[in-house]
Design a protein around this ligand. Structure first.
Ligand SMILES: Cc1ncc(COP(=O)(O)O)c(C=O)c1O
Length: 446
């Protein structure tokens, strides 16, 4: 078997064993096994293969991490090479080639505006790092009162307690409300709010006034605003105009507030440019990356910081340093995987070719875009989303279940269906994806 597609000893009872021993994330375990639990044996490109031999198109890149396709050979090879020399080493007092090269490269990619890279393990840890860094930096500058944060309505930044503080999704927060330090929530610039005659930019200019009013009144206690640039993902694939980010930048400059750009989901080319902020032509003070940066191979997150912020922490006292670490901070394997992903993106012109791939899939999805039950069909880069006007009861579970029968992995966000597939798709794979999505929706909405 050339690529290990089928395991040596398929076991018929993986699902039972998983249900007996594994506490699955974001899952009401009681709903299993009626809600299918699929045991995956292997993966290649956009395809997952179950222990039963059935193939599933990973239309959501396994929670948006699988950037190039599963087990991309260049990343596999880079990891093999890295394993032959250095597996892991702590990053305090020690350093290594992959973390240096990755930090230099990301700095270069921001034109050296964000000149230092701090490492975490996953998206939520990057958000924790960024909010701590921001508040601590203001302390260093003598503004100890600046300890509050602002986020947008419908925002999602991860599920640890600090990150939940800047989330506006009650489902994730509610049981932990007493443990969370709440942030100011300002209305977002969701382009779907356009009044007749308004475009997305006009919505952005109208909505940013709420932020301006808040900063005018409270900037003395606000450290930073945290945003998901261009697309608020888990909140329902809320698209908004880059003008909003330009206004955020200007307001942050005017009121001495940091801007933290959470590019955990939208970075790495997902919206068409490597950093989503590039489309607004402005840089934040701190930028968080994770998910796709290792192509879905290993957990890694990175907070890119302006050098002005970095320099505030240089001091004779250890207590003034940024005393934050995770055991796997800057893991060499994860950094090597990230470098390999960046090589593939650069050398294969992936982001420019994505424009053709996106156009083909958008055309293939026309029956959905023109369906009277569908509202706000939208696409940016390699993200597609649409809302179902009057969804049947239990819509998202139905789509998940029906999708699996059609060989498709989909997990709608409420009544919003979205696709965030791996980038490297052949024409046949794009067509197969489009056809499976259409067949799944037709069945659920019939
Ligand atoms: C925008 C955004 N920020 C942060 C996170 C949290 O990342 P993680 O799940 O790796 O902690 C996510 C995860 O979906 C996300 O979409």
């Amino acid at each position: 078997m050339t690529s290990g597609i089928v395991p040596a000893t398929p076991s018929p009872d993986w699902v039972e064993r998983s249900l007996a021993a594994v506490w699955h994330p974001c899952t009401q375990m009681k709903w299993h096994p009626e809600l299918p639990l699929v045991s995956i044996a292997s993966a290649a490109g956009p395809w997952l293969t179950g222990h039963d031999g059935k193939r599933y198109f990973d239309a959501i890149g396994s929670w948006w991490v699988c950037l190039l396709g599963h087990r991309h050979p260049a990343v596999v090879q880079a990891l093999r090479d890295q394993l032959d020399c250095l597996d892991h080493v702590m990053l305090a007092g020690l350093t290594h080639q992959p973390v240096i090269e990755l930090s230099e490269r990301l700095s270069r990619m921001t034109g050296h505006v964000l000149g230092h890279a701090f490492y975490g393990s996953d998206g939520a840890s990057a958000i924790e790092i960024a909010i701590k860094m921001s508040a601590h930096a203001w302390q260093h500058r003598g503004y100890a009162k600046k300890q509050s944060f602002v986020c947008l309505a419908g925002s999602y930044h991860g599920e640890t307690l600090g990150a939940l503080g800047v989330c506006d999704l009650p489902g994730f927060r509610q049981p932990y409300e007493g443990l969370i330090r709440p942030a100011y929530v300002v209305p977002n610039a969701d382009a779907r709010q356009a009044e007749p005659g308004e475009d997305a930019r006009a919505v952005a200019l109208r909505q940013v006034r709420h932020l301006a009013a808040l900063l005018e009144e409270r900037s003395d206690e606000i450290a930073a605003i945290v945003t998901e640039p261009l697309v608020q993902g888990a909140g329902g694939m809320i698209f908004y105009d880059p003008e909003y980010l330009r206004q955020v930048r200007a307001l942050c400059d005017r009121y001495a507030v940091h801007w933290i750009a959470d590019e955990i989901a939208v970075g790495c080319g997902r919206t068409g440019s490597f950093f989503a902020c590039e489309q607004a032509g402005v840089w934040p003070d701190l930028l968080c990356l994770s998910k796709g940066i290792t192509g879905g191979f290993l957990p890694l997150s990175i907070v890119l910081s302006r050098d002005e912020i970095y320099r505030l922490f240089l001091h004779d006292s250890a207590a003034k340093a940024f005393l934050h670490s995770h055991s796997y901070t800057g893991n060499p394997l994860a950094c090597r995987a990230a470098l390999a992903v960046l090589d593939v993106l650069d050398n294969d012109g992936v982001l420019s070719r994505n424009r053709l791939r996106a156009a083909r899939l958008t055309a293939r999805l026309q029956p959905i875009a023109s369906d009277a039950r569908v509202r706000h069909f939208r696409q940016i880069g390699m993200i597609w989303a649409w809302d179902i006007d009057i969804p049947p009861a239990d819509f998202s579970h139905q789509v998940f279940r029906t999708g699996l029968r059609h060989g498709l992995l989909l997990r709608p966000l409420g009544s919003t269906v979205y696709l965030m597939p791996p980038y490297l798709l052949s024409e046949d794979e794009i067509d197969a994806l489009g056809d499976r999505v259409i067949a799944t929706l037709q069945e659920v909405l019939a």
